[in-house]
Ligand binder design. Sequence first.
Ligand SMILES: NC(=O)c1ccc[n+]([C@@H]2O[C@H](COP(=O)([O-])OP(=O)(O)OC[C@H]3O[C@@H](n4cnc5c(N)ncnc54)[C@H](OP(=O)(O)O)[C@@H]3O)[C@@H](O)[C@H]2O)c1
Length: 245
Amino acid sequence: MTARCALVTGASRGIGAAISRRLAAEGFELTLTARNEGPLAALGEELAAAGARVHTVTADLSSEDGVERVAAAHLERQPRLHLLVLNAGMALAGPVADFPLRRLDRMVAVNVRAPLRLVQVCLPALRAAAGEDPERGTRVVALASMSGVVAEPQLGPYGATKAALISLCEAISVEESGNGVNATALSPGFVDTDMGAWATDHIDRSSMLAAEDVAELVVALTHLTARAVVPNLVVSRAGDQLWRA
Ligand SMILES: NC(=O)c1ccc[n+]([C@@H]2O[C@H](COP(=O)([O-])OP(=O)(O)OC[C@H]3O[C@@H](n4cnc5c(N)ncnc54)[C@H](OP(=O)(O)O)[C@@H]3O)[C@@H](O)[C@H]2O)c1
């Protein structure tokens, strides 16, 4: 039996690193990507030392070339893909009233355009792997956000890109589940990472979600049969506000 393989974007730190560690422990062969070489290479070495097969590729997913190179880094070695984790994302805050459109364009490129293009390029490999194991199928998991489910002050434009990602996951499942490929959006509230640090002026860090909890949900999805479609997993923080980031 050959190992299942996964491609994880934004793998070098935060939620992506936690997901990569859990997938490596599950025996996945990994293609990991981020922009900066140092932290990505360090994670690759850590996982390889623990016995995982890991390939790293640096690329900026805001560029067309970067997206194609990431897909090629996996597909040139492996014609099959069992799990595509669309985790890389950027969050820029500000009120809708005067949010600069150039900032919106940058977020759309990383949070929506790159995921859609990666899905397009990887679908033949996802379908091929699902065809070999129809009972389990293959999965796309995209890191959306609570702010894509309910509006959050200052996070309107960011939330709009995440709402688009949730919608994209639904479309993938309705179009591709017949081919064994299901998609799930993961929509957590604030997670204790570099990105989550933005909110520490009004949210206590100790109340934020753990990246490891999000990673555990990704692994759980890989244990389901292809018959189970999970459109969106919302993860709230403990406290009296169920539908707030
Ligand atoms: N933290 C939260 O509170 C929270 C809550 C809900 C959802 N999310 C979502 O969860 C995902 C991961 O968030 P996180 O908190 O783990 O973020 P993070 O700590 O800022 O890590 C982001 C990861 O993505 C990579 N990355 C960023 N921009 C990139 C680009 N243009 N091209 C390629 N790689 C890029 C980063 O590496 P480099 O900088 O080296 O590229 C890093 O590996 C994001 O999609 C985020 O929107 C986060």
